[in-house]
Design a protein around this ligand. Structure first.
Ligand SMILES: O=C(O)CCC(=O)C(=O)O
Ligand SMILES: [Fe+2]
Length: 290
């Protein structure tokens, strides 16, 4: 498979020069210019880690970067989120690409599993990053926060306080180092954490298909009582029915010609970016759910 342009183009300096004065989301609470952010990334050290960007969606916020990622990684395509049959606030035809950038020692803030029962892929573009996983069976050993069950209370999984978190000693850690061109697939509900070993740039994507759909519907539309419950029930019924229809369509032959029946089916139930068609027609006004 040919490498996308990002593999030889994206460096911390590229982002600084290309987008220097642009204000961007770094985390849930931090926003700063790319210039300030990249300077902090390059100054980051093991003993004084700098900021780590994990809240910047490329489609709505830096769409000029999308061509750098083509051809997109077929194994990271968000599948059902890209279907035009998907409810609008959750539709992600642009690939649901999230940019992750950190300097040496910078890290994703917390051991967690992704919300909405999503599978995830993290593809490394520049630099090296340590990636750690724990299986769902270890959930009781990683001390989920009460009220936020997909986030662990353990602040640093590489140096845990075993007096405070004794059950963590029983958890099985899977460990890898991602280098440019590597991708890790994180199945739904697998706990994970990441730490940059050098300045690091990667892409994260969430995937939804038949294997995690029921859990997805339960998470975005949990049943509720009362009048609200009726609206919720209608949404659940739609999404559950959509899942059944997409399961059938996804098994049909794929066709990419214009107007053919197989091409139209492929567009309704896309399993790769090729099925989606002309990217210039993608809606960009549908990001409220984030
Ligand atoms: O920083 C990373 O590589 C992990 C990102 C991640 O897990 C997420 O965005 O949910
Ligand atoms: Fe994650």
């Amino acid at each position: 498979m040919p490498a996308c342009p990002a593999m030889h183009k994206w460096t911390p300096e590229f982002f600084k020069h290309q987008f220097g004065p642009r204000q961007v989301n770094i985390s849930h609470s931090q926003r700063m210019t790319f210039e300030t952010f990249i300077d902090a990334v390059l100054a980051s050290r093991e003993d004084a880690p700098g900021p780590y960007m994990y809240r910047l969606f490329i489609g709505p916020h830096l769409p000029e970067l999308l061509p750098d990622l083509e051809p997109q990684n077929p194994y990271a395509f968000p599948r059902r989120l890209a279907s035009p049959l998907m409810l609008r606030p959750w539709r992600r035809p642009d690939g649901y690409l999230k940019l992750l950038i950190g300097g040496t020692g910078g890290h994703f803030p917390i051991l967690h599993y992704d919300g909405e029962n999503g599978h995830a892929t993290i593809s490394e573009i520049y630099g090296d990053k340590e990636f750690i996983l724990y299986p769902p069976e270890d959930s009781a050993h990683v001390y989920p926060k009460s009220g936020i069950p997909n986030q662990s209370l353990i602040p640093d999984v590489q140096h845990p306080d075993l007096e405070q978190f004794p059950l963590f000693a029983r958890a099985t850690q899977y460990h890898t180092v991602l280098r440019p061109g590597d991708m890790v697939f994180v199945p739904s509900r697998w706990w994970h954490a990441a730490r940059a070993l050098t300045p690091s740039i990667s892409i994260c994507q969430n995937i939804f298909d038949a294997s995690n759909w029921a859990g997805y519907v339960n998470e975005i539309c949990p049943p509720v009582a009362g009048l609200h419950g009726l609206k919720r029930m209608a949404k659940r019924t739609y999404l559950t029915g959509l899942g059944s229809i997409l399961s059938v369509l996804e098994r049909q032959p794929r066709g990419h010609g214009h107007g053919s029946l197989t091409a139209r089916i492929a567009r309704l139930a896309p399993t790769s970016i090729v099925d989606v068609g002309d990217s210039s027609t993608w809606p960009v006004d549908n990001w409220s759910a984030n």
